[in-house]
Design a protein around this ligand. Structure first.
Ligand code: NAD
Length: 324
């Protein structure tokens, strides 16, 4: 029987600060498959996250159906915009949100993790982070600094993570990042260069698949996820509209669950996907495959959907049956 068994495997997931986002769901899926979970959390939200964990705020979402509970081996402060300690500006080091931490650049985190792992190596690396200070601005109003900051935090962070974590990873390992359709198609509202950052992430996935494959025998893929009401997505400001639009127009008229991305990551970490690398894997209920919207007018008037509707097909009953 086919199954996913990641017992004895280790993963570093960068980009968890609560139980609402993809990173948390990925951790939960990989832990349930047997992996040891190391987490990288952005210094400005580190204390909030770890204190909430201590207070048991996430106990319910960390508990599985059988009553067992996910555990993190270690949570490390991690900032994806700094490659080395010597690149961190003094004002950041002195900022009260950073002052209490050390070793949070990408290179130093990889060194800390190497020590934490003892003689072991890392098997999987998950990049589940993004940041764009100008994300609410149209590209026409985005500053050079805002645009480059989006690319630095959301795209180059993955390149740098491959550079620094690749050497401490086992051959046969897997690197996964999270992208969004806005890198391929225009999604108004996803501004500030974030669409460009996702396009860069998609392109880098191919080049890094080649380079990491040849250097260390490691696979590199990215998941193009459908919309999820995470903290990051809520900050963009249009998530409710995108969720509504997607659910009404995608082939599977249901709301995406973060667990569906988590289980796809488990598959991409497992040997079941041993020949998959350099791919963008869509976990979006098929939204990317649509060429025209199934608008309300289209459904009611039958001018678009009637092209495909067979006798007895009722779009509205379909919607009410499958939509959460
Ligand atoms: P999230 O808020 O759970 O995760 C984003 C994380 O990035 C946060 O924990 C934040 O602290 C962290 N972060 C921000 N700047 C950082 C930095 N400089 N260094 C380290 N960490 C930093 O939200 P999410 O939506 O689960 O996002 C995870 C990934 O999924 C992102 O790449 C996002 O673009 C992608 N994604 C999200 C959606 C969606 O609708 N939510 C859709 C497709 C793809």
């Amino acid at each position: 029987m086919l199954s996913i068994d990641l017992k004895g495997k280790t993963v570093f997931i960068a980009g968890i600060a609560d139980d609402q986002g993809f990173g948390f769901a990925i951790a939960k899926a990989l832990y349930s498959a047997g992996a040891e979970i190391y987490v990288g959390t952005w210094p400005p939200v580190f204390n909030l996250f770890t204190k909430s964990l201590e207070k048991g705020k996430f106990d319910e979402s960390m508990t599985y159906e059988d009553g067992s509970k996910m555990e993190f081996k270690k949570i490390l402060p991690f900032d994806g915009v700094f490659d080395n300690d010597n690149e961190i500006p003094e004002e950041v080091k002195e900022d009260k949100r950073y002052k209490v931490f050390e070793n949070y650049s990408i290179k130093e985190t990889s060194e800390v993790l190497k020590k934490e792992l003892g003689g072991k190596k890392l098997d999987f690396l998950v990049h589940s982070l993004a940041n764009g200070p100008d994300v609410k601005k149209p590209l026409l109003q985005t500053s050079r600094n805002g645009y480059l900051a989006a690319l630095s935090a959301s795209s180059f962070s993955k390149v740098s993570m491959c550079q620094h974590f690749g050497p401490i990873m086992n051959s046969g390992g897997s690197i996964i990042s999270l992208t969004y359709l806005a890198g391929e198609r225009c999604i108004p509202g996803y501004g500030g260069g974030m669409s460009t950052a996702k396009a860069a992430l998609d392109s880098d996935t191919k080049v890094l698949a080649y380079e990491c494959g040849r250097a260390w025998g490691i696979r590199v893929n990215t998941i193009s996820a459908g919309p999820l009401g995470s903290r990051a997505a809520k900050a963009i400001g249009f998530i409710e509209r995108i969720l509504d639009y997607s659910t009404r127009n995608q082939p599977l008229a249901k709301v995406l669950k973060a667990e569906e991305v988590g289980s796809t990551v488990a598959f991409l970490c497992s040997d079941l996907s041993s020949a998959i690398t350099g791919s963008v894997v869509y976990v979006d209920n098929g939204f990317h495959a649509m060429g025209v919207p199934v608008s309300e007018r289209g459904v009611q008037g039958g001018d678009l959907t009637s092209l495909h509707i067979q006798d007895g097909f009722e779009p509205h009953s379909f919607k009410s049956k499958y939509t959460d």
